[in-house]
Design a protein around this ligand. Sequence first.
Ligand SMILES: *Cc1c(COP(=O)(O)O)cnc(C)c1O
Length: 385
Amino acid sequence: MKIPFNKPYVGSSEQQAVSDAVQRDVLHGDGPVSERVEEMLKDWLGIDHAFLTTSCTHALEMAMITLGIEAGDEVIMPSFTFVSTANAVVLRGATPVFAEIEPDTLNLDPEAVAEKITPRTKAIVPIHYGGVACDMDAFTDLAETHDLYLVEDAAQCVDAYHEGQALGTIGDIGCYSFHDTKNITSGEGGAFLTNDDEIAKRAEIVREKGTNRSAFYRGEVDKYSWVDEGSSYIQSDVLAALLEAQLEKRDEIRRKRKKVWSTYQEALQPLADEGLIELQTIPEYADPNYHLFYLRTNTPDERDELLNALKEEGIQATFHYVPLHSSPYGRNTLSCTEELPITQHCSETLIRLPVYPQLAERVDRVADNTVQIVRRTLAAATMAQ
Ligand SMILES: *Cc1c(COP(=O)(O)O)cnc(C)c1O
């Protein structure tokens, strides 16, 4: 058995779309295809403004520039996240403040966030881990009460929902990723979403190197020039074409991922009932996109043994984030001293199993094998204790 961890789900429709795109005269961004995709995203997600970007990392950077985050400001986020969430803040000279997560979803804990709010706090950035919604009612309340911005790092969340509302459309700004490890991909890419007209106005300029070129093309100004800080965050129309073809397959992608996810869940549930492992909890308000499937062992040693055993049998399972507060940059440069025991323990006991649409056809066998490997490995580990 040789099961890779991830495989982009691209085929002839994506090939055709890219081939068509390179034959047109427009290869840069904000061309006809990008415009179509942005309109499609706005309709589908029910959001007023959607900008395609070069990545989610860049959408997050745009968010921090657009909100005016600067030196002296604090932005609260989980430590259990991808580096881009924190880098966007660090690049502004501001300080990321790491708060604890909830052990059953690995999502940011609203109560832990409340304890970290100071007069310097400007924003909260929850990430929806694995496309499973955070408790957005609690975060919306917190943001309103303390007059803070709410930025959703919704990198993993395309086609995932909180009480029917698309993730990425609930906070002041939402950021998507179309990296090829995510459910919907353009190779590299992202989107910046907002319902706020003022934020959108500034974001448009920040994304266009700090110029009002977009307004110029709309005929609103008679020449364009440098009006604000900014960078080059616009996705090429060629990649937008790939993205358009992917978005057309989104129902199929979701259906096949759900099959994979549900098969693992059903096969592994008895082991969870016996207390050998823990499985992910999906809160009632969350309708996920099956971005990832994970299990947690009881101890870090068991995790390491199980990871090795799965790899030996050809199943490319992996761990996930090294918590940012305990990373070399966190400890040495940001001088993080906080203790986040839940984050630490969850990170050290986590295993992600392969999930991608093509796996739907053979997931029954993979799940059966996984169950056998988990039983064998954890039984041995328990005996050794
Ligand atoms: C993937 C990911 C990112 C970065 O996305 P890119 O499009 O690769 O820049 C940021 N945050 C989270 C939580 C992610 O999972």
